[in-house]
Design a protein around this ligand. Structure first.
Ligand SMILES: Nc1ncnc2c1ncn2[C@@H]1O[C@H](COP(=O)(O)OP(=O)(O)OP(=O)(O)O)[C@@H](O)[C@H]1O
Ligand SMILES: [Mg+2]
Length: 318
């Protein structure tokens, strides 16, 4: 199916789901059709990353929260990880904190990482907790620091896109997960509570490090052997050179698109995370459009996948 068609179909399904003109019989049929999917994911771990860009809209935030509460109600051990790039940039601007950039990457100095932690673990984390709880859920907001969920390591080298070689960089208080202790998340998610996690963690030296939310969610999903990982973003999925949605990608194809510069910027940690998670044995890893209302339900509880599925083989995950 062509990408554009697929997205409009996704929008159409969500419009139907939200429609009040459906007969009671039709609504009951739709609910009954969700039963096998609910059974498939019951008591399974599903990690959902909510993107900073898709989070800005109040209505979308409410529909996302409904989806999460519905998953939990259906017996899924759902775990939310969130980003917050635009909100952090907005707060730095409000506080008139100027940033230095190295190879297009913001250098996170000490005052900046303090703002990052305040915005992610404070403002955004509690906003999502509030949205979920307003829909009748019981969300618990934590960061990677709580119970040593993630111990991070400062990033000291990165792939140079021009030479494809690793290059030494200093971008400040930014890290990658070095160790994951999922105990706190297991305790929370195996009860009626929903963990909502801000991607900030401590280093072995006790420093606060910001971790890319996609990298954080992927590492957690891999470590917990989650059934599914959903990365919500502000585009339809992975786009090719002609900006057409790629509904499926193998690991090899994904690596090729990063090498030839089709996948850049914020899509890189998503795709790298997907590869890590698929290699860890997670069967369904999807990058999807967080701007589509109820995209999480569409992806998990209907046969109509939206977005890009990354897998070992270009085959729809079951
Ligand atoms: N091949 C590609 N296909 C789709 N998007 C791409 C591609 N290459 C680069 N991108 C960029 O990646 C962006 C998504 O990543 P980005 O980090 O900006 O958002 P996010 O991860 O959803 O939010 P946050 O980082 O705040 O959690 C897209 O908006 C697009 O500009
Ligand atoms: Mg991002």
């Amino acid at each position: 199916m062509a990408g554009a068609q697929q997205t409009s179909q996704g929008a159409a399904i969500s419009a139907i789901a939200g429609s009040t003109s459906l007969s009671a019989q039709a609504k009951a049929t739709i609910l009954a059709e969700a039963l096998p999917y609910m059974q498939r994911y019951s008591r399974q771990t599903v990690v959902v990353k909510f993107g900073g860009h898709a989070m800005g809209d109040a209505q979308l935030a409410a529909s996302f929260a409904q989806d999460i509460v519905l998953l939990k109600q259906s017996g899924v051990n759902v775990i939310v990880v969130h980003g917050g790039g635009p909100q952090i940039a907005g707060m730095l601007k409000r506080l008139q904190l100027k940033s230095e950039f190295v190879h297009g990457l913001r250098v996170t100095d000490k005052p900046t990482v303090e703002v990052v932690e305040m915005v992610l673990a404070g403002l955004i984390n509690k906003d999502i907790v509030t949205s979920i709880n307003r829909q009748g859920g019981k969300a618990v907001g934590i960061s990677g620091k709580d119970a040593n969920l993630v111990i991070a390591r400062k990033i000291t080298e990165m792939m140079d896109p021009e030479s494809n070689l690793m290059k030494a960089v200093d971008i400040g208080y930014v890290g990658d997960p070095a160790e994951i202790n999922p105990h706190i998340v297991e305790v929370i998610s195996q009860s009626d509570l929903i963990p909502v996690i801000a991607p900030v963690a401590m280093s072995r030296e006790g420093e606060t490090l910001n971790i890319n939310a996609d990298t954080f969610a992927s590492a957690l999903a891999a470590r917990m052997k989650a059934k599914r990982l959903l990365l919500l973003t502000d585009v339809a999925g992975v786009l090719d050179k002609n900006k057409t949605l790629l509904p499926r990608l193998t690991i090899e194809e994904a690596r090729g698109l990063m090498r030839d510069g089709t996948i850049t910027e914020g899509m890189i940690p998503k795709v790298e995370g997907c590869i890590e998670v698929v290699e860890a044995g997670v069967e369904g890893v999807v990058i999807l459009d967080g701007r589509v209302p109820h995209c999480v339900l569409l992806e998990l509880f209907t046969e109509h996948g939206i977005g890009t599925l990354v897998g070992r083989k270009a085959k729809k995950a079951g």
